[in-house]
Write a protein that binds this ligand. Structure first.
Ligand SMILES: C[S@@+](CC[C@H](N)C(=O)[O-])C[C@H]1O[C@@H](n2cnc3c(N)ncnc32)[C@H](O)[C@@H]1O
Length: 277
């Protein structure tokens, strides 16, 4: 396999991880920005489709009580809370953003999940062999990660044999892109892949039964609903206008075919690295 196995779970943040954390907290995920996203997506959610879509996706994981699940890039903890509550699994939610985690921890403290959710500040790229899960779930996180082959190798190693990976993510259509899409991607530092690129990377990292579905049509429907939600928000006029403008631009980029959205699922192969876990 591609990654060397290290056992240290308490390693200090690498310089790259620290820089990424600062970028996330100071640029896209300031506390104010998170609260605005949440107004559109629904309480505790920072990804398209909110609770309804997350519930549908989580159902596909066919979780069983007592299993261990990783929510990679858990944000405010919405899906972690849902999985623990509905399926009685033990969820480890990891996120790099301090702002997200501070809010997520405050919300977890108000829930009665009896220790079934733990939230850790951690980079998805630094999971080690001591972190193993029955399933890994992730919503719209990998757009922030450039080295996706290493990412998938790390996630593959963190799954038990035949464990399931399920994620959604922003993706991209073929070049050439409209200049507006280039500008949008560059401004946010997004690292986008096509659906085909995702399939190849997952297979290269050792995953089996790989399925990457382009669900851009569904994404467009969600954006249209979001615009209606925004129109009904009780916000100061300028903030509401800027939210609507940004969502309308996102819708146009998706309708043009540059901005895509994928739902991917795959299984870890058995007996990886000669270790039968
Ligand atoms: C769009 S938000 C989605 C949050 C959550 N999954 C949800 O559905 O509400 C993306 C999240 O990915 C986190 N993130 C980005 N890069 C990460 C990394 N390398 N490791 C862990 N989390 C990361 C961000 O801090 C942010 O909380």
């Amino acid at each position: 396999m591609l990654m060397a196995c290290r056992e240290s779970t308490q390693a200090p943040m690498t310089e790259t991880t620290a820089l990424n954390q600062q970028w996330l907290d100071n640029a896209q995920y300031t506390v104010d920005a998170i609260r605005l996203y949440e107004k559109v997506y629904g309480e505790d959610f920072v990804s398209p489709g909110g609770c309804e879509l997350s519930s549908e996706l989580i159902r596909q994981l066919e979780l069983e009580p007592g299993q261990r699940v990783l929510d990679a890039g858990c944000g405010l903890g919405s899906s972690s809370f849902l999985m623990a509550d509905v399926y009685d699994v033990h969820v480890t939610g990891i996120d790099l953003s301090m702002n997200m985690l501070a809010l997520a921890r405050a919300r977890l403290a108000l829930k009665s999940l009896r220790g079934r959710v733990e939230l850790k500040q951690k980079d998805c790229m630094t999971l080690t062999c001591s972190d193993t899960y029955d399933a890994i779930y992730s919503r719209d996180v990998f757009l922030h990660i450039a080295d996706k082959l290493t990412l998938f190798s790390v996630l593959h190693r963190a799954l038990k044999a035949r464990g399931r990976l399920l994620f959604t993510d922003y993706a991209c259509g073929p070049l050439p892109w409209h200049p507006d899409f280039h500008e949008y991607v560059d401004a946010r530092g997004y690292q986008l892949q096509s659906a085909q690129g995702y399939t190849a990377l997952l297979e290269q990292a050792g995953f089996q039964s790989v399925s990457v579905a382009d669900r851009t049509e569904q994404f467009i429907g969600i954006l249209q609903q979001d615009l209606q939600t925004i129109a009904g928000l009780d916000l100061e006029r300028q903030a509401k206008q800027s939210l609507a403008t940004s969502w309308q631009a996102k819708l146009e980029r998706a309708m043009r075919g540059d901005h895509r959205w994928v739902v991917a699922s795959a299984r870890a192969s058995s007996g990886q690295c000669g270790v039968n876990r």
